[in-house]
Design a protein around this ligand. Structure first.
Ligand code: SF4
Length: 290
């Protein structure tokens, strides 16, 4: 039995920075409650570990406005790694809140680019997954941003005399995005395209596409709410039709039946999956396939 862990593993830089920043903020306000307005990153192990040091993730389905309204004046709040509608900052400032932002620099740069293009009188097409926080944040910038929903392929064409700029959520399937960009190019031949798939997402997707043909089992370790983890699962399921692909959040999701008559197992992981979780999955598989 061969068991491989695909590189890279562990946190991407955006997730790592967000976690370290949140821990530092809590240390600076050790005697006060600290709230994250959503899930800092999409991984339940990370959320649990932040909760264990007294950071509350307000990860329910309420809007940012509702979350801020539910907190006391002067609360310490953190915005997540996915970006947010900056108009709500005003509501928080009016409640004298202490505001921190853990947005990933790559997402932030994309949002800045969108703002520049809007200021230069462009219409924007944003390719993203509807209701994902990064997509919601980018769409909040202007009414001149039109969503192409990468999950459902729903897109409402629009007439425009303005120039068109096309950009995307950072954690999409890079192959699917090429097809979507080609489709949009047919509709808007003069559009300018900016591929924003982040390097951490792209490298992991490319490495799952390059695995040996004799791999018969792929284990994707990550959270079911993590966009880049779900893309890895989809790509592996599509690319390796003869192999069985499983998405597991921890060693608890691993069972003996997954490996009956299997010979070559590959483990990959999302960008917010802690290294310890990947190691424990590896150890459990090693034990039960010995
Ligand atoms: S997956 Fe990419 S965009 Fe998302 S936090 Fe990591 S580096 Fe940033």
């Amino acid at each position: 039995m061969k068991i491989e862990i695909l590189q890279p593993v562990g946190y991407c830089s955006g997730v790592n920075n967000a976690i370290l920043k949140a821990i530092k903020i809590k240390k600076e306000h050790s005697n006060k409650p600290v709230y994250i307005l959503g899930s800092l990153v999409h991984n339940s192990h990370v959320i649990d570990s932040l909760e264990s040091i007294g950071i509350t993730n307000l990860a329910d389905n309420t809007s940012l406005e509702e979350k801020i309204s539910s907190l006391n004046d002067g609360s310490i709040i953190i915005f997540t790694a996915h970006g947010h509608d900056e108009k709500v900052d005003e509501i928080a400032r009016n409640k004298n809140m202490i505001i921190y932002d853990c947005v990933c620099p790559i997402v932030k740069a994309n949002m800045s680019l969108i703002k520049e293009k809007i200021a230069s009188n462009y219409n924007i097409i944003f390719v993203g997954i509807k209701n994902h926080p990064e997509t919601t944040a980018c769409l909040s910038i202007s009414k001149y941003i039109h969503l192409y929903d990468a999950k459902t392929n729903v897109f409402e064409e629009f007439d425009t005399k303005k120039k068109v700029f096309v950009t995307n959520q950072t954690t999409l399937n890079f192959k699917e995005l090429e097809d979507i960009f080609n489709y949009i190019k047919e509709k808007y031949p003069d559009a300018e395209f900016n591929n924003e798939i982040c390097p951490a997402t792209r490298i992991r997707q490319e490495s799952i596409l390059k695995i040996d043909d004799d791999v018969d089992t792929v284990i994707v370790v990550g959270d079911k709410n993590s966009s880049n983890t779900k893309r890895l699962f989809e790509i592996s399921s599509f690319r390796n039709k003869k192999a069985s692909t499983y998405l597991v959040s921890s060693e608890d999701d691993i069972n003996t039946e997954m490996f009956n008559n299997k010979n070559h197992i590959v483990i990959t992981s999302g960008t917010s999956t802690p290294r310890e979780v990947i190691n424990s999955v590896y150890e459990k598989i090693s034990k039960i396939t010995k």
